[in-house]
Ligand binder design. Structure first.
Ligand SMILES: Nc1ncnc2c1ncn2[C@@H]1O[C@H](COP(=O)(O)OP(=O)(O)OP(=O)(O)O)[C@@H](O)[C@H]1O
Length: 416
């Protein structure tokens, strides 16, 4: 049997990805992909998982998790993706549209999924929409680039690879200083001592010891389901599992009467999903200044000093000329740079970056990583960077590595 077509479409920050997906799924004609016109296609993407999660939460309709008690929301990214793929294959589609399929997955799960997708591609048409070159399946037969709404086909694989191997861009200038010097905090910002966590009788974390000190740059590494989000939510005050544990945050023992609000003021938090909350018409200048007021968008008139500071950040990011533009009109990569400036404007004692490069194309991810390195070296802010990918160019001082065991994940400190 001859191998069906496997299409790879490389997307960048200008790509109208949603529009091409919609056309593919409702069989609207796409000249370069005529073969798919009358075929049934299904979507494998983060947005589909979110949609099913929403169905569960709001309407109590369990589709992907029919066979388990656990809700989709509490599953790890790997478990969620497996459940979605299984469900899609049961529907026997003619082709699958895969959108950044390896995002949020650890290295081992990525490798398993890659093998499974290559296997599927040997008998079924797949259309990959990917922003990272390393995600393109080796079985790919036809290559494209999506600029805006325009789909450009390549004559050969060689022509595609030659044109798209990117070069790095870097920042020049230092990161702006805060309006007020960083509040004097204890040297130890976070201290887990023999912290164990269980869900429904199953132990997920086993005797975690982890101390994060002022100004340190950590990468938190662990396979899907190893408990990374659980650890982060204990630090940010979003998990009740933190109570009764030997956990000290900014010098205060957990459960000793601190308010979640006080805690949140000390932590800058960024995950790509946060950008989706900013749907209003906020200018870039106001978006950055809103970080000083802990608000989503700006609802007070900014002072001249605040504006000057925001302008310094915009200049550093190369976005000063766009300062009056609306945040919602920026590219995905630009939005993340602005969100980083917003999270950093006060130089919080701790900055948490939860898979911050997911979904970005290679040049935008490289630029983002460059900004993180810069913040780490030019400020007293401690950073926790969570990512499954070995981001080329990221320079953490330490790794905190979770290893999964039957009795819960154990943690150890490793040097990068
Ligand atoms: N509220 C909950 N109820 C039941 N199980 C949960 C809950 N929250 C997390 N879990 C389980 O705990 C384990 C650890 O989950 P967690 O989300 O912390 O892992 P993770 O390392 O962040 O995974 P990923 O990299 O996929 O995001 C998973 O097996 C998950 O299913």
């Amino acid at each position: 049997m001859h191998q069906p077509k496997s299409y790879a479409i490389l997307t960048n920050n200008t790509s109208q990805t949603r529009s091409i997906i919609d056309k593919l799924l409702v069989n609207m004609p796409i000249p370069a992909l005529q073969q798919l016109q009358d075929l049934k296609g299904l979507l494998f993407s983060r947005s589909e998982i979110d949609r099913f999660m929403d169905e569960e939460e709001r309407h109590d309709i369990k589709i992907l998790t029919k066979e388990t008690q656990q809700s989709l929301k509490t599953m790890s990214s790997g478990e969620q993706k497996k459940a979605l793929l299984r469900y899609l294959l049961q529907q026997e589609p003619d082709f699958l549209v895969l959108v950044n399929p390896f995002d949020n997955l650890d290295v081992a799960t990525q490798a398993q999924l890659k093998e499974q997708l290559c296997d599927i591609a040997s008998s079924k048409i797949v259309v990959q929409l990917v922003s990272r070159l390393e995600d393109i399946l080796p079985v790919t037969t036809d290559f494209f680039k999506l600029d805006g709404e325009q789909l450009y086909p390549y004559e050969t694989a060689k022509a595609f690879w030659e044109e798209n191997q990117g070069q790095a861009i870097t920042f020049s200038g230092n990161i702006p200083q805060p309006l007020q010097a960083l509040e004097a905090t204890d040297t130890e910002l976070v201290k887990f001592e023999k912290v164990s966590v269980s869900f429904d009788g199953r132990q997920v974390l086993d005797q975690i010891d982890w101390t994060i000190k002022r100004g340190e740059f950590w990468q938190l590494i662990g396979p899907n389901g190893s408990g990374k989000s659980t650890l982060l939510s204990m630090i940010t005050g979003d998990s009740h599992k933190a109570y009764g544990q030997d956990l000290t945050l900014f010098g205060q023992k957990k459960g000793s009467g601190e308010s979640v609000w006080d805690l949140k003021k000390k932590i800058g938090y960024f995950t790509p999903a946060v950008t989706d909350k900013f749907q209003g018409y906020h200018s870039l200048e106001h978006m950055i200044i809103s970080g000083l007021h802990d608000s989503i968008g700006l609802y007070v008139i900014p002072t001249d000093t605040e504006k000057r500071l925001a302008h310094e950040w915009l200049k550093l990011l190369g976005l000063y000329d766009k300062r009056a533009n609306h945040f919602r009109d920026l590219s995905a990569g630009e939005k993340r740079l602005i969100m980083m400036a917003r999270a950093m404007i006060k130089h919080p004692p701790l900055l948490i970056l939860d898979e911050p490069t997911a979904g970005l194309d290679d040049p935008s991810a490289a630029l983002f990583v460059d900004l993180v390195n810069k913040i780490a070296s030019e400020s007293d802010t401690a950073i926790i960077f969570v990512s499954h990918r070995k981001e080329p160019g990221l320079h953490p001082q330490f790794n905190y590595i979770l290893n999964v065991r039957d009795t819960g994940s154990i943690g150890r400190v490793g040097l990068p």
